[in-house]
Design a protein around this ligand. Structure first.
Ligand code: FAD
Ligand code: UDP
Length: 370
C-alpha cells in the first residue's frame, strides 16, 4: 500500500514526492506517462553528445531565496543570465525593448530620459489595462507593439493579443536603460549538470518508487494507495465533464549543425517572419564546449501535448468549475501548471508544491511523527 500515488514527475510531482518521502517518511509511487522524469523541464544528451531540452528552452530564474535554496540541495548551479534578440525589419535587436532596441531600429541616439519622452509621445491612453494588447500599446505605442508583439502572439497563441489576458505580454517588461537581460530576477542560474540530473537527486530516496510510461488511468484501480497528488490536466482527470480546457501546444524541431555556433545569443525570436516563434541554441545555456551546436525551433500548434494554459476570462471560468469539483474530491490534491491551469514558471511551481506540502502537514498530521 502506497501512502501517495503521485501522477506526473515534473516539478510539482517531484518536489512533493521528495518532501513527503523525506519529511513524513511516507511511501510514494511516482508515475509519468512519458518515458522519463522531469516533466517539461526534461533534458538529455542527443546523439552528438549535446545537452538539449526536449520540450524547449528552460531557464531558471526566481526572486525567492527559499525556492532557490530548496533546489540547491539537489544541484550545483551555473551562473547564466538569459539574453534574447528579436529579428525585426531584418535586424536583430534586444527584446525586452530597451534603449538599444529603439536606437538601433530607428537609427537614433536617444538617452534614457529622451526615450521615456519618446515612449510617452507614442503610448496610447488605455483607461483600464485588460488585454495583452493594452499592456504594450499603453507602454510603447502601436508601432512597436505591431513589430514585436502582435505577430509573435498571434503565432504563439493562435489569438490576437486583444483576446488574451494582460498577464501574457506583461511577462515581458519595457526598459529605458540598456539592460538586455530577459529576466530581472535576483537568482538566475542553470542547473550545472542539467535538469534531469537535478530531478534524479531529488527523487533518490528509498521511499520513492518511480514508474515511467505509466498512465494514471491504467493503474488507478490496480495499485493500492491512500491518497493522490495529480499534476496532469485537471479537465482530463474529471473526464472532460464540463468540456475541454484549451491548452496551447508546440511542435519542437531539434537540429544539430556541424559548426560550433549558429546565432549570437541563446534565443532569437521571430515576431514578423517564419512559422516558428523562436530558435534556441543550447550551448549558451549549458556552457558546453563542443564542435557542433544543437538548436530547437518551436512551432505553435492547437493539437498535441498541452504545454500552455491559455489565459483568457472564459477559460478561467471553465477552470473554476473544475476547481470547485476538485475541492469536493477527497484525498486528491491538484498541483502544477496543468492541474491548476496557471501559466506558471518553474520556480512558481516549486513554490506552489512547497505550499501544498505545508497545507498537507496542516491537514494531515504525519502518522510516523506521532
Ligand atoms: P509538467 O512539467 O508538465 O509535468 C506534468 C507531468 O505529468 C508530465 O510529465 C506529464 O507527462 C505527466 N502526466 C500528465 N497526465 C498524466 C497521466 N494521466 N498519467 C501519467 N502522467 C501524466 N519555466 C521557467 O521557469 N523558465 C523557462 O524558461 C520556461 N520555459 C518553458 C518553455 C516551454 C516551451 C514550456 C512549455 C514551458 C516553459 N516553462 C519555463 C514552464 C515550465 O515548463 C513549467 O512551469 C513546469 O515544468 C511545470 O511543472 P509541472 O510539474 O506543473 O508540469
Ligand atoms: N511575446 C511577444 N514577442 C516576443 C516575446 C514575447 O509577443 O518577442 C509575448 C507572447 O505573447 C509570448 C508572451 O509575450 O507568449 C510571453 O513571452 P515569454 O517569452 O515569457 O513566453 P514563454 O517563454 O513562456 O513561451
Amino acid at each position: 500500500m502506497y501512502d501517495w500515488l503521485i501522477v506526473g514527475a515534473g516539478f510539482a510531482g517531484s518536489v512533493l514526492a521528495e518532501r513527503l518521502a523525506s519529511q513524513r517518511n511516507e511511501r510514494i509511487l511516482l508515475i509519468d506517462r512519458r518515458n522519463h522524469i522531469g516533466g517539461n523541464a526534461y533534458d538529455h544528451y542527443n546523439e552528438d553528445g549535446l545537452l538539449i531540452h526536449q520540450y524547449g528552452p528552460h531557464i531558471f530564474h526566481t526572486n525567492s531565496k527559499q525556492i532557490f535554496d530548496y533546489l540547491s540541495r539537489f544541484t550545483e548551479w551555473r551562473f547564466y543570465e538569459h539574453r534574447v534578440l528579436a529579428e525585426v525589419d531584418g535586424t536583430l535587436v534586444p527584446i525586452p525593448i530597451n534603449l538599444d532596441t529603439v536606437n538601433k531600429l530607428y537609427g537614433l541616439k536617444l538617452t534614457s530620459e529622451e526615450l521615456q519622452e519618446w515612449f510617452s509621445q507614442r503610448a496610447e491612453r488605455v483607461p483600464e489595462i485588460k488585454t495583452s494588447e493594452d499592456v504594450v500599446v499603453s507602454a510603447v505605442g502601436r508601432e512597436l507593439y505591431e513589430k514585436f508583439f502582435r505577430g509573435y502572439t498571434r503565432k504563439q497563441w493562435g489569438l490576437d493579443p486583444s483576446e488574451l489576458d494582460k498577464s501574457v505580454t506583461s511577462r515581458v517588461p519595457t526598459r529605458t536603460n540598456q539592460d538586455d537581460r530577459y529576466f530581472g530576477d535576483e537568482f538566475q542560474f542553470m542547473p550545472k549538470h542539467g535538469y534531469t540530473s537535478m530531478f534524479k537527486r531529488m527523487l533518490d530516496h528509498p521511499n520513492i518508487h518511480i514508474m515511467t510510461q505509466t498512465d494514471y488511468d491504467d493503474v488507478k484501480n490496480i495499485i493500492p494507495h491512500r491518497r493522490i497528488i495529480y499534476t496532469g490536466p485537471i479537465d482530463e482527470y474529471f473526464g472532460f465533464r464540463f468540456g475541454k480546457l484549451p491548452y496551447r501546444s508546440l511542435r519542437f524541431r531539434h537540429v544539430t549543425l556541424d559548426q560550433p555556433w549558429h546565432q549570437p545569443v541563446a534565443v532569437v525570436n521571430y515576431p514578423q517572419t517564419n512559422d516558428y516563434t523562436r530558435i534556441t541554441e543550447y550551448k549558451y545555456l549549458t556552457g558546453q564546449v563542443h564542435a557542433r551546436t544543437a538548436l530547437t525551433y518551436e512551432y505553435p500548434s492547437a493539437q498535441g501535448d498541452p504545454y500552455y494554459p491559455i489565459p483568457k476570462a472564459e477559460n478561467q471560468e471553465l477552470f473554476k468549475k473544475y476547481e470547485r469539483l476538485a475541492l469536493t474530491t477527497p484525498d486528491v490534491w491538484f498541483v502544477g501548471r496543468l492541474a491548476t491551469y496557471r501559466y506558471y514558471n518553474m520556480d512558481q511551481i516549486v513554490g506552489q508544491a512547497l505550499a501544498t506540502f505545508r497545507r498537507i502537514n496542516e491537514t494531515l498530521p504525519a502518522e510516523t511523527d506521532t
